[in-house]
Ligand binder design. Structure first.
Ligand SMILES: Nc1ncnc2c1ncn2[C@@H]1O[C@H](COP(=O)(O)OP(=O)(O)OP(=O)(O)O)[C@@H](O)[C@H]1O
Ligand SMILES: [Mg+2]
Length: 290
């Protein structure tokens, strides 16, 4: 598979050359394939947000360099000429609804395309397409974004990024604070964009079930370093190691661990609800009664 994003010994030091200097990411080398659904997990403060902000050159490496869609970003990269590049890398920050500012939902979503010189008619078309993608009713277009529910505001913010039709979509804890239904809708949207629009998805999450349910690849960070890269099954194969990283197991595996502790021979750790159900059915001996 082609590489969309490649980091080569990237270090980022906040407040470099001061007594407060701190390596938020430290000598990170990794590749993210085009078309993958990659999740980044790691304990709080491990450098996840710092890492992803390099992908659209919002932050530049203090040392090392990265290459994103063929463009090199290194310590000497200036903001000059970055605009055309950034169009291809959509970034949804945590609590993105805080960045809404226009009078109407439509204007807010049109802002991105218009900023790139797209005419009104085209920008409107992109905005309505994006509204449909995120499941926002057209009737909301002329409302103030500030009159909407929290979940709707979040979707307006995401639509504003999607209206640019980016090749890479970065989502930093996009479901934080949403109810279970809002959570699933956003996660399903990410999957839809990945599968049907061929977007490369890079998603930061603290929810291990999302890693199992949605991701093709996982990057685990700890104290600014990448400590494991692999498929979800590979990353969760060693519970002790996972706990050592101050991470949880997916809930089905967590449940199975409890059964194990109680003396039940559960066998290989089930990572999905289906696998867990299957294991229990076998244990209670009903698997072959029909
Ligand atoms: N703007 C900043 N100035 C100085 N230090 C910062 C800044 N942003 C982050 N840091 C520090 O860099 C380290 C990595 O932070 P970062 O926000 O990238 O972690 P994270 O993995 O995203 O954490 P979380 O899961 O809490 O969002 C932390 O020690 C943090 O305190
Ligand atoms: Mg963060």
């Amino acid at each position: 598979m082609d590489t969309a994003i490649s980091l080569n010994k990237v270090t980022h030091t906040y407040q470099a050359n001061t007594p407060f200097a701190q390596n938020a990411i430290d000598n990170v080398t990794l590749q993210i394939s085009k078309g993958s659904f990659t999740t980044i997990i790691g304990h709080t403060g491990s450098g996840k947000s710092t890492l992803v902000q390099h992908i659209n050159a919002l932050l530049k490496p203090t040392e090392g360099h990265l290459e994103v869609l063929g463009r090199v970003i290194d310590p000497n990269t200036t903001n000059k000429n970055l605009k055309a590049f950034r169009k291809h890398v959509g970034m949804v920050f945590q609590f993105p609804e805080k960045q809404l500012f226009e009078e109407t939902v439509l204007k807010d979503i049109m802002f991105g395309p218009k900023n790139y010189g797209v005419n009104d008619g085209e920008a409107k078309k992109s905005a309505f397409n994006a509204m449909e993608l995120v499941g926002l009713d057209k009737a909301l277009a002329d409302k103030s974004p500030f009159d909407l529910s929290g979940g709707q505001m979040r979707r307006v913010a995401i639509a504003g990024v999607l209206a640019m039709n980016p090749e890479i979509l970065i989502l930093d804890e996009p479901t934080a604070g949403l109810d279970p239904r809002g959570h699933q809708e956003i996660m399903d949207l990410a999957r839809y964009l990945n599968k049907n629009k061929q977007m490369t998805i890079v998603l930061i999450t603290h929810q291990m079930d999302d890693v199992i349910d949605y991701a093709t690849n996982v990057i685990v960070m700890d104290k600014g370093k990448v400590v494991k890269v692999g498929s979800p099954a590979q990353v969760f194969s060693d519970p002790k190691w996972v706990y050592g990283m101050q991470l949880d197991l997916p809930s089905s595996a967590e449940f199975a661990q409890q059964l194990k502790k109680a003396g039940v021979n559960i066998g290989q750790l089930p990572l999905t609800i289906d696998a867990l159900a299957d294991r229990i059915v076998r244990l209670v001996g009903k698997g072959d009664t029909k």
